[in-house]
Design a protein around this ligand. Structure first.
Ligand code: CO8
Length: 372
């Protein structure tokens, strides 16, 4: 048996940032246009008028100030309201593979490794640009990696579930070095025309390199991982390969994009996550007070404040539970890994920390790490 360890992380940041103010201007222009075009139906009570969005609400409800996207123009065009990405031929890298490779190369460089030394690639994300061949196999080829590769999707928890899968294989010896990569182009499946959620998500790609602690000089040993799921319809996307077989399958239906009952998610996921972390720590014989850092999923600042208080039994000190959502928004599976990438370099050997993600499914995954 070997001890798996995270020895490098990498973050690809997309080229365009959108502030809350820019987003709200575009949404309100779209709403005005919609209301004008549907004035008669609205007056007859057949269609509901779209109210304006507001930057103040967004900041207060979520803590989000801006987000990165792969294409800004399409998202902010009131006549379109989703990204415009160029068609690629089958002979060039797909866009998910392209941004994933950038994140992987940063993670490899951080660990002083090359793609040829990797023998497992897991592409773990909340949506895939195609069904097959697996995006992970394309990434494997672009990196010159050996071994094998596969895709997996557990929505916001994809990164931690991917880390558990890779860590278990490294522990057992079937794999020597693994990349778990999370290319999240959430702008492609967010409903930018829905005021309740148009501000929530952003694009990014993150990667972690996991190898045998015995072969690394520094990094974070993975002490333990724990994953859990519980079915819920409160976060859902019904787009899928059977779409064209359904009577209204090709219609511009709301449920073809991200949908959620935000309030219910908030209420139901919080106790699930706090209990999950506390049980995981207890099972490992670790006092919450021994954790130097919590790198939490980045969905909502109030949510993270609550989880931090529940786990630590007090208000977290500044820096103990860093948020990156103000800059990146919710990047689905990548959020906790961005926080880990940005806020782990100062930990001393022996320091303990916990990475935790949660979201659709419902799903929750936690990874206890120890710096060396
Ligand atoms: N501007 C102004 N007012 C607004 C806006 C807006 N943009 N949006 C809503 N309002 C209004 C509402 O209409 C409501 O008005 P009223 O009180 O008159 O009915 C009022 O503001 C309050 O609305 P809410 O109750 O919806 O507001 P909340 O305080 O609950 O905040 C949040 C909304 C921020 C969405 C909050 O509920 C939340 O963060 N919930 C948890 C969400 C979460 O963590 N979800 C996880 C999803 S991520 C995941 O699992 C990955 C899925 C895959 C990725 C998908 C990528 C696209």
């Amino acid at each position: 048996m070997f001890t798996p360890a995270i020895t490098g992380t990498g973050v690809y940041v997309p080229p365009h940032a959108i502030s809350n103010d820019e987003l709200v201007v575009a949404f309100n222009a779209y709403a005005d246009r919609f209301n004008a075009e549907n004035a008669a139906a609205i007056a007859a009570g057949e269609v509901a008028a779209l109210p304006h969005s507001s930057s103040e609400f967004i900041l207060k409800a979520s803590g989000i100030e801006s987000r990165y996207v792969m294409d800004k123009e399409g998202v902010l065009d009131p006549a379109r309201m989703y990204p415009r990405l160029r068609q690629r031929s089958d002979d060039e890298p797909g866009i998910m593979a392209e941004i994933a490779v950038e994140a992987c190369q940063k993670a490899l460089a951080a660990a002083g490794r090359t793609g040829e030394e990797v023998d497992l690639v897991i592409c773990a994300a909340s949506n895939m640009e195609r069904a097959y061949p697996a995006i992970a196999i394309e990434i494997q080829k672009l990196l010159g990696a050996g071994g094998f590769a596969f895709d997996m999707n557990v929505a916001c928890s994809s990164a931690t579930f991917g880390i558990q899968a890779a860590a278990d294989m490294i522990r057992a010896g079937s794999v020597r070095r693994a990349l778990v990569v999370n290319p999240e182009i959430t702008s492609g499946h967010l409903e930018w025309r829905d005021r309740d959620c148009h501000f929530i998500f952003g694009d990014v790609a993150t990667a972690v390199l996991i190898e045998r602690r015995e072969e690394a000089e520094h990094g974070f040993a993975i002490r333990s991982t724990r994953c859990a799921t519980e079915f819920s319809n409160n976060i859902r996307n019904n787009n899928g390969f059977l779409r064209r077989t359904r009577p209204d399958g090709l219609a511009d239906r709301r449920d073809m994009q991200f949908m959620q009952e935000g309030r219910k998610v908030f209420k139901e996921v919080l106790p699930m996550v706090s209990a999950h972390i506390l049980h995981h720590l207890e099972a490992e014989g670790i006092e919450a007070g021994a954790l130097k850092r919590l790198w939490l999923h980045q969905a909502n600042k109030t949510m993270n404040d609550f989880i931090g208080r529940k786990v630590l039994g007090r208000d977290p000190e500044p820096g103990e539970q860093p948020n990156i959502l103000q800059e990146f928004a919710n990047t689905s599976s990548a959020g906790s890994i961005i926080a880990f990438d940005r806020f782990s370099g100062d930990l001393a050997p022996g320091d303990l920390g916990l990475i935790c993600s949660f979201g659709a499914g419902y799903s929750v995954g936690s990874v206890i790490v120890e710096a060396f």
